[in-house]
Design a protein around this ligand. Structure first.
Ligand code: FES
Length: 135
């Protein structure tokens, strides 16, 4: 499943204009995101961490297809949180359903970095089995 959820208002996002990196906690190689390759579209918002990670070969659960109707794409943005698009009320409502919520939790499908900071992401343990390093 993917597409758009007619019941949610998409957040304002800004795509990066310079390269930035995403480092996944527990994985050695950082992923370089080149703005020339963006936006990676669906599932999730264009340029979202979900779309970007999937495009880079990192499998991460996304049961609803990135339309803010589950919380399976829950991640924790440990660094670079301030460079990410703001969470909407719809995202926060859905995050409330996620286990082990933190103040830096986001739905990967709704979190769009603007590239002004490098990002460090923790994928929660219960989702780790779904993740494989494909690069
Ligand atoms: S994949 Fe369902 S909310 Fe992100």
């Amino acid at each position: 499943m993917s597409g758009k959820n007619p019941y949610v208002v998409p957040p304002k996002t800004k795509l990066p204009t310079k390269p930035y990196t995403i480092r996944l906690e527990g994985y050695e190689k950082p992923l370089v995101v080149d703005p020339a390759e963006l936006p990676y579209a669906e599932p999730g918002l264009p340029g979202s961490l979900l779309a970007t990670l999937l495009a880079k070969g990192i499998e991460i659960d996304h049961a609803c297809g990135g339309v803010v109707a589950c919380s399976t794409c829950h991640i924790v943005v440990k660094k670079g949180f301030g460079s990410c698009s703001e969470a909407t009320d719809d995202e926060e409502d859905m995050l409330d359903e996620a286990p082990a919520l933190t103040s830096q939790s986001r739905l990967a499908c709704q979190c769009v970095p603007d590239g002004t900071e490098d990002i460090v992401v923790k994928i929660p343990e219960w989702n780790r089995n779904m993740v494989k390093e494909g690069h």
